[in-house]
Design a protein around this ligand. Structure first.
Ligand code: GSH
Length: 237
């Protein structure tokens, strides 16, 4: 018989999540940094509970049930909801211009960084891996240049985070994808060069890598490497 109800905590935020999912980590970081209490319902992606379609018909994590029973899906939607619902957290600017500028940075990760991160891992042929790595580096250089532009703006305050000294919405929505680079290094020997054109990106990465907003949620490197095995084609492994 199919499920007719699903677990949630009354009068609380219930986050359906998976600790290894870089998208779900956006939602977790948003709640942690906004200092809003929530409960996690950990979803085993290899063996999803039969009730999960009632929460998210797309069967993906993250999903959120708010105290009034509203269900939200999609990591960016959830992270933005948390920032907007708790404006005192200061996670996201209320200026339309500043939000648009930040949106472009997030978009860069969605279109020019994370797809190629996965492609470097999933490509079987070395030639395809190298092509994907070139595209990935171009995306990282674009992010580098966006950081430089932002740090010149009043809201950038010279860095090292998007909003100066504050680990905020830019980091909440992007750092888990840089976290995937652990797999790239292990399986493909890929590293971001230490040259001038990557200097701002590396400065940003060094800063967020030491911040609890990143470290409190990041799984152990060995756990990530094991999890990313699934992306590496067996014949070339
Ligand atoms: N666009 C979605 C992507 C979420 C996503 O792809 N989550 C993965 C895990 S990282 C998932 O739940 N996949 C379903 C599965 O593994 O069956 C978001 O931003 O929330």
């Amino acid at each position: 018989m199919s499920a007719t109800t699903f677990p949630f905590k009354e009068n609380a935020y219930t986050l359906y999540s998976n600790a290894l999912c870089p998208y779900a980590q956006r939602a977790v970081r948003a709640f942690n940094l906004a200092k809003v209490p929530y409960v996690v319902e950990e979803i085993d992606l290899k063996n999803k509970p039969d009730w999960y379609h009632l929460v998210n018909p797309q069967l993906k994590v993250p999903a959120l049930r708010t105290p009034d029973g509203t269900i939200l899906i999609e990591s960016l939607v959830i992270a933005e909801f948390v920032a907007d619902q708790f404006p005192e957290s200061g996670l996201l600017s209320t200026s339309a211009t500043e939000r648009a500028q930040l949106r472009l940075f997030i978009e860069l990760f969605s279109t020019r960084i994370s797809p190629f991160t996965y492609k470097v891992m999933t490509s079987a042929e070395v030639e395809d891996q190298e092509k994907a790595a070139e595209s990935l580096l171009a995306g990282i250089r674009a992010a580098n240049d966006e950081l430089l532009r932002q740090w010149e703006r009043p809201s950038g305050k010279g860095g090292p985070f998007w909003y100066g000294s504050k680990f905020g919405f830019a980091e909440i929505t992007t750092v888990s994808f840089v976290g995937l680079f652990v797999g790239l290094k292990h399986y493909r020997g890929f590293e971001v060069p230490e040259t001038k054109e990557y200097e701002a990106f590396n400065r940003w990465k060094t800063a967020f890598s030491q911040h609890p907003g990143f470290t409190d949620v990041k799984p152990e490197d060995a756990t990530l490497i094991e999890a990313y095995k699934k992306f590496i084609p067996a014949s070339k492994n």
